[in-house]
Design a protein around this ligand. Sequence first.
Ligand code: EPU
Length: 418
Amino acid sequence: MCKLIINGGRRLCGEIPVQGSKNAALPILAAALLTDEECIIHNCPDITDVAAAIEILRQLGAEAELEANTVIVCARNICSDKIPKSLMGKMRSSVMFLGAILARCGTASVYSPGGCNLGDRPIDIHLRSLRKLGVRIVRSGDGIVCCADEPVSGDVTMLYPSVGATENIMLLCAGCGRGVRVYNAAREPEIVDLQNFLNFMGADICGAGTELIRINPSGNMHGCEYTIMPDRVAAATYACGAAICGGRVRLLGAEAEHMRIMLAALESAGCDVLKDEGAVTVAMEGRPRAIEMIKTLPYPGFPTDMQPLLGAVLTVADGDSEIRETIFSRRFGYTCGLAALGADMRADGCSLKIRGRQTLTGADVTAPDLRGGAALALGGLAAHGITRIGGVCHIDRGYERIEESFAALGADIMRCGD
Ligand code: EPU
């Protein structure tokens, strides 16, 4: 079984490029279904979630190939409107194909999606929004069959600004909409990236990044060439590496605006943050300071995906910190692994109390999910001695060879086994 082996305790210094964004790439790959022309998508991260998205595209009859971080998709010969249960189970974003398949075929047959186990992850907001737009939906067990008899139109008000549901509606309506407004839409930067890609394809969408998105009727969608935005969570992971190990890390291509609250939290923990043209640098001398309280919120609030990363940094802070998780009910799974390294963390409902320790000590741990796995890697990098991390497949879902990035910053880390 594959493990990451870390000999911790080294400072991290140097510069690395930031990979393309996973959470932007996945809906953009689904969007390529909306045209029978070729889409050339650059800066696509080489991660297993992208491999799963390519597998779904091929299953539907599209040609899709990833080479040197460029995916070329041609969905000319779509031969199916179904995603098998096994592929749906591989990741949460498989549900994003629902809107795109519906737009392309008029019908779609999918299952409840898989993904990290972060608590209940229903898709009621997706389905309610689609129904509101006139889509007929029949559920039997975990199978979902949808039918859009005619172009969709109307207004949708989401009870919660779900990222995936916002993207699903955009995909459906860009492909077969007669004019749709989405109120209380999610405002994440990845939604803006999807809007930009769809507009490059010929859609007429505005408002992404605000709570009202207008998807205006447009002509035929066509192929395009596009470069995916940098991954703000991966960038935050390496920034937290500097914070927990000490040192100076320059993140080439990182977009400071997308990481505003995380960078403010790191500054509050004692890091120096420098934003210059095309890069963000995070430097730390000595031990991090505690952060009294931080709460996860939809963008532009503190991102839930960065919560485990900051949680790891605060395990070695000078003082007591508290994190409140408001998005997912089970996102403290990583605390068991950090506790095995000697961290003092107590999770109670949505609150996590952390008493900073001077040092952590290496141990054998298992990644519980993607970002939780990255948090354990951060703990291992700061700990004295050897940490072995199992469950690396979770980390590989979202990080492009995480060990190579940390090694390029001077960490003693390697991958063993397959
Ligand atoms: N929710 C519902 N019903 C729905 C949809 C969502 O109750 O129909 C709840 C979820 O259970 C959750 C909350 O609303 O409690 C947020 O869910 P949202 O739909 O906004 O998230 P998502 O689309 O499933 C994306 C990212 C996640 C990220 C969240 C929140 C992708 C592929 N995934 O998930 O990323 O945590 O937004 O920002 O974009 C990750 O990268 O590690 C990751 C989990």
